[in-house]
Design a protein around this ligand. Structure first.
Ligand SMILES: Cc1ncc(C[n+]2csc(CCOP(=O)(O)OP(=O)(O)O)c2C)c(N)n1
Ligand SMILES: [Mg+2]
Length: 900
């Protein structure tokens, strides 16, 4: 249905007047044509907006700059000096990449992205981006990852990086090199935000801006002086993560957020929208999402032409020309442009009669015109009530020479030949600084103007006025955090008495306690993606309040209930809605706040464990790179513990995926006291040291929804036992010789205990051990293994797990509600028979009992596994195993969980 048809359903209070208006429009179309009619309608719409009539916003405007020339502000910079600085930057950026590829099989890098975005970045660096020096922390700037050579080039000009470092772009091993892309883990004093996995930077920037408002509204930090700038590619907007949360930014009116989309019309392989217009497409998408959209399409050279375009033919041609054609015009001669763009319409041709072919070719795009860019940035910084996106049109590979600029292959060009370097040098007018004689094709020189040159002084002065250099990651803690009093953990050591509870319930109780803790409490950031009721956490709604930037403008339907849905401007809980990606971005913003703002915050992000690592694993990887701290709780964990939900809900592998993330501390607690201890020790490890020097790790904890009596913490169990990953939980029954060891994790503790009792009835004693973290055990074993390999003449060390299980009785049977690969992490380091029972394969809908029998992790199967191992070790006869299998009615021919 045509959307405009809705008008015919509205009452017409004066039909004859309506007809008059429509007739006039018809007359205009007939006499002056459609262009004129479109103009008049646009003017009417504009006036309607001024009069606040409430007409729906247009989603797209003509293909021209949003800010008219008359409204362009005065440019405050020194144009000559800035131009020279850009020339040096362009040169050094390209040289660092060429350097990295001087050998035949070079190590990559990108030339053309920075070449197209240099102007966009430089206007920011010289006039807008606020650094960290000063009473209030400045801006948070997300940079396009593969434009890193330009960022390094600037740091080199500023004297922050040495020539040696520039020569070691992409050569990190051994130290002193520069990482390929923004990686805070690798360059912790330089980069703040990892962005190179496309889409993650934009998404994270939205939530960073939202988190800034959260900190402000909760009176934790004054973020009013901080903008969040995010630079991204037009191709990058294809990623669902890029555009997926822009409506949140609109809804939350994040006027502290500015996106600059570098619309060079190209991605890696070719045009972004050869058959369309990416700028127009993005304009409508962002407008629909409530953003302030500023298009920077044309440079000043076009102003004069547009002013003369009284009958609108130029704008009409601009509107009708496809991106594939614009890309072509970027590389063709002036004659071609005259012929094909202006030529077909005599009125257009006449418009440019006075311009030479060279002048035609040089008509710049808006993103290469600092005055236009400055105007847009200024307007964006002054906008209130909405986020701003600047859509800046550029040429990919700009100034890199005719063989690189605008070519489809430009993204992948990593090296300039001698001739290309000469052409590039000439184009940059650097003949004095870099004469032919010093240009060696394999190792062209970097160029840095002397420290007392006007350019160097200008650079330094601009940055010092704007609060110091960027990017820069600081570890200065401005508002220290006080850890909670340990009494908050005490109740968990006592067990749950006669009450059956789950580890999820225990976690919720602990979280409430932590939020109430004096001083520490406000620093807790509970994050939930629309699953609080699933996890039994809805009690937090009222207790903590749900953060809502506008407060609560309605009385909730359940306002009389104790657990009503309370939204508040000072609310503590981030109820994210159904977005694991967005929640992860909030986790990252909160978990890196100790570095980005010098204000440690402690996120506790509770997600549906199946929709964690496997759904947003790349965001978790980026959070680790960003050195995020905090806790991710994988609730409804376990492939058989989450009953009924089936294949796409039952998580039996998040712990496998967690094992791939270097800084992730993955724990699978069985009991409330284990969980509380992990949180206590984790907080101490991450936040315990003064000045933010705690370790940059984060914790992943599983939480189950199966109720059981939570045991008291045994006397002998220390915090170190629990944190080390493995400890003996219970001896074999006193009257029996211990012949085997059952190692359980999570909810499998119950089956293990039952199996111990059943084995005792057969006269076989088994010890019970709790494995809280196989990842931790494996990492220790790997460290020891390496040390032994490299210290052949010294007394060999013994890995913790090797020693522990070496001293434990008999064969080891490890049982988990996750894949066998989880306990198998320690298999090479156990010197005796080791069997893993786990839940490999797709989940199914059924009861816990049926599922555990199916996956062969129930008590009967644990018992059989112990017997089988003892038989294999020659301790008992195989017939004992056979009869146990019979006794338990195990269907030995039944479907194997791997098979479909
Ligand atoms: C998730 C992801 N997929 C693919 C890539 C590889 N990649 C790096 S740059 C690039 C093209 C980028 O195009 P665009 O966003 O338009 O940036 P431009 O270089 O044109 O400014 C691609 C596909 C990546 N970095 N991340
Ligand atoms: Mg692009």
């Amino acid at each position: 249905m045509d959307l405009d048809q809705f008008v015919s359903q509205l009452p017409d209070s004066d039909p004859s007047e309506t007809v008059e208006w429509l007739d006039s429009l018809d007359a205009v179309v007939n006499s002056a044509g459609k262009t004129r009619a479109r103009y008049l309608v646009s003017r009417l719409t504009e006036r309607a907006r001024e009069l606040q009539i409430g007409t729906p916003a247009e989603v797209s405007t003509p293909y021209i700059n949003t800010i008219p020339v008359e409204e362009q502000p005065w440019f405050p910079g020194n144009e000559d000096i800035e131009k020279r600085i850009r020339q040096y930057l362009r040169w050094n950026a390209a040289i660092s990449v060429t350097y990295a590829n001087k050998e035949a099989d070079g190590i990559g890098g990108h030339l053309s992205s920075y070449a197209s975005s240099a102007m966009l970045l430089e206007v920011g660096f010289n006039h807008f981006f606020r650094g960290k020096e000063g009473a209030l922390v400045g801006d948070h700037v997300y940079l396009q990852g593969h434009a890193s050579p330009g960022i390094y080039a600037r740091a080199y000009l500023e004297g922050r990086l040495s020539e040696d470092q520039m020569m070691r772009f992409r050569r990190e091993i051994g130290g002193g090199g520069l990482s390929s892309y923004p990686h805070p883990w690798l360059m912790p004093e330089f980069w703040e935000f990892p962005t190179v996995s496309m889409g993650l930077g934009p998404l994270n920037s939205i939530y960073q801006a939202r988190f800034s408002k959260y900190l402000y509204n909760r009176r934790i930090d004054d973020t009013s002086a901080s903008k969040v700038w995010c630079f991204l590619g037009d191709g990058e907007t294809d990623e669902p993560e890029t555009l997926g949360s822009i409506s949140l930014a609109g809804r939350e009116q994040l006027d502290n957020l500015i996106w600059v989309v570098n619309c060079n019309l190209q991605r890696l392989d070719g045009p972004v929208r050869g058959n369309g217009k990416i700028i127009q497409e993005l304009e409508s998408v962002f407008r629909g999402a409530g953003w302030n959209v500023l298009k920077v399409i044309w440079g000043a050279g076009w102003d004069e032409l547009l002013a003369k375009d009284v009958d609108g033919v130029l704008v009409a041609k601009m509107n009708a020309t496809l991106d594939g054609e614009w890309q072509r015009y970027a590389i063709e001669s002036g004659a071609y442009i005259r012929e094909h763009f202006f030529g077909p319409d005599p009125r257009l041709r006449k418009l440019v009669d006075h311009l030479s072919d060279d002048q035609l070719r040089a008509l710049p795009r808006g993103g290469h015109d600092y005055k236009k860019v400055y105007a847009a940035y200024k307007a964006a910084s002054e906008t209130t009530g909405a986020p701003t996106v600047i859509l800046a049109k550029t040429v990919k590979g700009w100034a890199l020479g005719s063989t690189v600029e605008g070519r489809n292959a430009t993204h992948s060009i990593k090296k300039l030949s001698h001739d290309q370097i000469i052409e590039f040098r000439d184009r940059l007018q650097l003949t004095d600084q870099i004469p032919d004689a010093v240009i060696d094709a394999d190792a062209p020189p970097f160029y840095r103007p002397p420290a007392d040159s006007p350019e160097a002084l200008y650079l330094a002065q601009r940055r010092s006025e704007l609060g110091g250099p960027l990017p820069s990651r600081s570890l200065e803690i401005r508002r220290p955090l006080t850890l909670p009093d340990p009494t908050v953990y005490e109740e968990f050591a006592k067990g749950s008495g006669t009450q059956s509870v789950s580890t999820t319930m225990a976690f919720t109780r602990l979280l409430r306690g932590l939020c109430r803790a004096e001083e520490f409490g406000p620093r807790v950031v509970p994050i939930i993606p629309d699953e609080a009721r699933t996890f039994g956490m809805e009690v937090l709604f009222r207790e903590l309040g749900i953060y809502a930037s506008q407060g609560q403008l309605y009385e909730p339907v359940d306002h009389e209930l104790l657990i009503s849905y309370v939204e508040s401007k000072s609310g503590q809980l981030l109820e994210e809605g159904i977005t694991e990606a967005g929640s992860l971005a909030s986790f990252t913003a909160a978990g890196t706040s100790y570095a980005t703002r010098g204000v440690p915050m402690v996120p506790f992000f509770t997600l549906y464990s199946m929709f964690g690592f496997q759904r947003v694993g790349d965001l978790i990887w980026a959070a680790a790179d960003a050195q995020a701290k905090g806790f991710i709780i994988g609730a409804t964990a376990g492939r058989t513990t989450l009953l009924g939900e089936g294949l796409q809900h039952q998580d039996g592998h998040s712990l496998v995926l967690a094992s791939t993330v270097p800084t992730c501390q993955a724990y699978d607690p069985a009991f409330a006291y284990e969980l509380a201890t992990i949180v206590e020790c984790g907080l101490e490890r991450m936040y315990g040291e003064p000045n933010g020097a705690g370790e940059s790790v984060f914790y992943y904890l599983t939480a189950y929804n199966e109720n059981q009596i939570m045991p008291m913490r045994p006397e002998h169990v220390t915090n170190e036992d629990i944190m080390s990953g493995l400890y003996k939980w219970a001896d074999a029954p006193a009257d029996l010789e211990a012949k085997a060891t059952i190692v359980f994790s999570g909810t499998m503790n119950r089956g293990a205990l039952e199996a111990q009792i059943a084995l005792a009835a057969r006269g076989i004693g088994a010890e019970l051990w709790s494995a809280t973290s196989y990842k931790r055990l494996r990492e220790d074993a790997l460290t020891v293994e390496r040390w032994n390999r490299l210290h052949p003449t010294q007394t060999a060390r013994v890995a913790q797990v090797t020693e522990q299980l070496g001293n434990a009785p008999g064969p080891i049977i490890a049982v988990t509600d996750f894949m066998k690969a989880v306990p198998d992490q320690i298999a090479p380091y156990v010197s005796k028979r080791f069997i893993s029972l786990g839940t490999d394969g797709f989940g199914r809908s059924d009861t816990r009992e049926a599922l555990r029998r199916f996956f062969e992790v129930d008590a009967a199967n644990i018992e059989i596994a112990v017997l089988s191992a003892l038989a294999a070790d020659g301790v008992i006869d195989a017939s004992v195993v056979a009869s146990a299998i019979d006794e338990h009615g195990i269907d030995t021919e039944s479907l194997d969980p791997f098979r479909l």
